[in-house]
Design a protein. Structure first.
Length: 79
């Protein structure tokens, strides 16, 4: 038994996924995983870019971690 399933998409969407997967030399499933990973990473960075220095410090304090980890809070243009 396989761990695969189907999802309903328009034929035009399936064709686009198939074409891009072929261009990249990956399966359609691998392509969708890559696209979803990329979107999750984009959302993370968008959220991080919206943090004020105060909110960033509060998040560090909440984790009991006051180490900047080299992310350059002091370099933030919104300081």
């Amino acid at each position: 038994m396989t761990d695969m399933t189907t999802i309903k998409v328009r034929r035009s969407t399936r064709a686009r996924v198939s074409e891009l997967a072929g261009e990249r030399g990956v399966t359609q499933s691998e392509l969708l995983d890559q696209l979803l990973d990329h979107e999750a990473e984009r959302e993370f960075w968008v959220g991080l870019s919206r943090l004020t220095p105060e909110a960033y410090r509060a998040a560090l304090a909440e984790d009991d971690d006051h180490v900047d980890m080299g992310f350059g809070l002091e370099d933030s243009p919104t300081r």
